[in-house]
Write a protein that binds this ligand. Structure first.
Ligand code: APR
Length: 251
């Protein structure tokens, strides 16, 4: 893959970088995406599984589904795409990683201060008193467990459709998008808001917005450049170029 002169210059000069990731970065680890051919929403109905009404209607079904997803995530490893982002964080003074993924793979790869817009599937809490649930309680429950303090149902700490994003996380993401000079959107179809508005926000603030995806998306007409391919192959290449260019600058 050829990296354009313009992109090389941006990789070389960037002082503030914001990266937004979606399910596509974890696809090469074996975590299903949502809207791909084998995507979760092709097999399951989000209205039956990923909203609070569905949970209150049939908590055991929703709990079972998240137990299945927790199992999938616990059996896979971060891939070269996740590790390249860790390396990029070590190269850039002002670096922010914003993810829509709930799979915890960025943190497992070593990324620091990950901004989790949609929560994290490895955490659970009581829907009534909001106390965090112990790992032990979560692991031993095939059916939805109840809170040992108030008896409320335990739910996954993820953002369901119709729910607000964690305010502090979204504020941090907006700030980073508003001040960065290089914005990468990696492996996201760009159809879920408000996350999908971040690339536009960065572009309006003068950032160079690079999209990395296996195919063109709704975002493609609105970014500065799109690289088509696998995140696990393109991100390590971009880090190599970044190191080369910055080394040239120093010598
Ligand atoms: N490398 C790069 N991109 C990839 C790869 C890969 N190896 N594999 C798939 N992709 C791309 C697909 O082409 C698609 O555009 O990743 C994107 C995944 O899109 P979605 O499945 O829609 O996932 P995402 O954008 O993260 O969904 C956003 O929707 O369902 C909700 O809360 C859920 O966080 C999720 C949100």
């Amino acid at each position: 893959m050829t990296i354009s002169k313009n992109l090389r210059d941006r990789l070389s000069d960037a002082e503030s970088v914001c990266v937004l990731t979606g399910a596509g970065i974890s696809a090469e680890s074996g975590v299903p995406t949502f809207r791909g051919e084998q995507g979760l929403w092709k097999k399951f109905r989000p209205e039956e599984l990923a909203n609070v009404d569905a949970f209150m209607r049939n908590p055991d079904l929703v709990w079972e589904w998240y137990s299945y997803r927790r199992k999938v995530v616990s059996e896979v490893q971060p891939n070269p795409g996740h590790f390249a982002i860790v390396e990029m964080q070590n190269l850039i003074r002002d670096f922010t990683l914003v993810t829509q993924n709930v799979d915890n793979l960025h943190s497992r790869a070593g990324s620091r201060g990950v901004v989790e817009l949609h929560g994290n599937i490895t955490r659970n809490y009581c829907i009534r008193c909001r106390r965090p649930a112990s790992e032990e309680l979560v692991q031993k429950s095939d059916k939805v467990p109840v809170c040992s303090h108030c008896g409320g149902f335990i739910r996954p700490d993820v953002v369901w459709f119709g729910e607000l994003l964690p305010p502090r996380a979204y504020e941090e993401a907006e700030d980073a998008a508003g001040r960065c000079d290089l914005f990468l959107c990696v492996g996201t179809s760009g159809v879920v808001y408000p996350a999908a508005s971040l690339p536009q926000m960065a572009k309006e603030h003068g950032a160079f917005v690079l999209e990395i995806n296996a195919e063109y998306t709704d975002l493609s007409p609105r970014v500065s450049e799109t690289l088509i391919g696998k995140a696990g192959e393109i991100l390590p290449l971009l880090v190599r170029v970044m190191k080369e260019e910055r080394h040239h600058e120093q010598t």
